[in-house]
Design a protein. Structure first.
Length: 451
């Protein structure tokens, strides 16, 4: 008997370079197809999926006895498929493995649903209740391979533009943006919070490195269950010093996002094929930039809905103005600037020409907010005044204010939610599909109602 344990394992994707050679592969059984005197299985490892055929009495018997998610080791011969049997949907679809020996390493229990289809047709609660299983399906794991590319592109773009990556805490002494939407915790008998964003820390690092970015978990105790919100999400945060205007920030946002779309298109075609998705091509068309009140006037003319006195855009407004941008500029993205000062965090710079509005912005993309940011107040006395105006005590922000008391240049930054970008880029129906283990009002791994 062939001893598979003494032969080095070959990753499935590398079998493409080993046609005519004997190899050992191992992974999880996705599906078994038994046809009497021959049998096939689709084997998945971390690099891909491979069809394996059994054509002898012993291998047909061994394959036919397998179940979905059994962990197996297979020794066999890599062969090219006949042209009429090529599977163009798989990178390995031009080859198959002729099994010579099949060894079971671990038997799987009976699956609660069928994993053998090209798509995993499950209701979202079922998908999440069995998360460790549903993530094994190629169309689900593909989402997170694409998400990895999004993050890598974010980091690469910023490093190419002289940004330093920093790592910041998520347990904080005060609420970053004020309000009640924070999770308070007992920290050794003292009150602390889970950070709403890494805002303060990235600002404090501007006098150290000038340009910084961080990828941090952030927490929002928002009392809502929607398709676009999570209680814990991954925030991609940027802060940069010595800006000439908040236009510099919007320029950097555009650069980051354009590179993200190109990176996914260039690096994730297999995953896009599995998901049956096409990636948007942004080209070189600039994203329009308009003030919030101008956006409301456009929406009024297009819909006859008068929201021109509202302090913000509602979800229907966001969809409408994105559609306007697509029709007028050829891109479904638009920067909305100059939100009311009272609706933005205390550290946002008021417009010197009209202090009721800020030098802040949101980038709306596809149909909802993708990025929020703006120029910050860098003057110490002005910042202290704004803290007091919001009913807070400067002594609660002592370390934060220290960075401004001892020299802070003009600066600003922005943040984008990783899960929301993933959701909209891939046209997913719910943001929970873009989170490995989503947290919301109804779930921390398991649904509260099921405990």
């Amino acid at each position: 008997m062939y001893n598979v344990l003494v032969v080095k394992r070959t990753r499935i994707i590398d079998c493409l370079e080993k046609v005519g050679e004997s190899v050992v592969v191992s992974g999880w059984v996705q599906v078994v197809r038994s046809h009497g005197k021959i049998a096939f299985l689709d084997l998945r490892d971390g690099s891909g999926t491979l069809q394996i055929g059994g054509f002898t009495e012993s291998t047909v018997s061994a394959i036919s006895a397998l179940s979905s998610q059994d962990v197996v080791v297979v020794h066999g011969l890599v062969k090219k498929r006949d042209e009429k049997y090529v599977n163009s949907t798989l990178p390995t679809g031009i080859i198959e493995l002729e099994a010579q020996e099949v060894t079971v390493l671990s038997k799987a229990g009976e699956m609660p649903f069928d994993m053998g289809g090209k798509q995993l047709h499950l209701e979202l609660p079922t998908l999440l209740d069995h998360r460790t299983l549903s993530l094994r399906h190629p169309t689900v794991s593909a989402i997170f391979k694409i998400q990895e590319t999004i993050v890598n592109s974010f980091k690469t773009t910023l490093k190419e533009n002289a940004f330093t990556e920093i790592f910041v805490p998520t347990i904080v002494p005060t609420a970053t943006e004020g309000g009640s939407e924070v999770f308070s915790i007992d920290y050794y008998g003292h009150k602390a919070y889970l950070g709403q964003s890494p805002q303060f820390y990235k600002q404090m690092m501007v006098p150290v490195f000038e340009r910084v970015f961080t990828i941090a978990h952030a927490y929002r105790a928002e009392p809502s269950v929607t398709t676009r919100h999570l209680s814990e999400y991954v925030s991609l945060d940027v802060e940069m010093g010595f800006i000439d205007s908040f236009g510099d920030l919007m320029d950097m946002v555009e650069k980051i996002l354009r590179n993200m779309f190109v990176a996914v298109k260039n690096n994730n075609q297999n995953e896009l094929n599995a998901l049956k998705k096409d990636i948007l091509v942004l080209g070189e068309k600039p994203f329009p930039r308009i003030k919030m009140r101008e956006a409301q006037e456009i929406i009024l003319k297009r819909t006859a809905h008068d929201h021109t006195t509202e302090p913000d855009l509602d979800p229907s407004d966001e969809k409408e103005i994105c559609q306007w941008a697509l029709e007028e500029y050829g891109v479904p993205f638009v920067f909305i600037t100059h939100y009311p000062t009272k609706k933005r965090p205390f550290y946002t710079m008021p417009d010197p020409l009209d202090p009721e509005y800020t030098l802040g912005f949101d980038l709306l993309g596809i149909q909802e907010e993708w990025v929020t940011g703006g120029q910050r107040i860098n003057d110490y006395d002005m910042l202290v005044e704004k803290i007091k105006e919001r009913g807070n005590k400067p002594e609660q922000f002592e370390m934060y204010l220290q960075a401004f008391k001892y020299g802070m240049p003009s600066e600003g930054g922005f943040a984008m939610g990783l899960e929301r970008i993933t959701k909209d880029m891939l046209g997913l129906s719910n943001i929970r599909e873009a989170s490995l283990f989503p947290r919301d009002m109804e779930r921390v791994d398991e649904r509260f109602s099921s405990r």
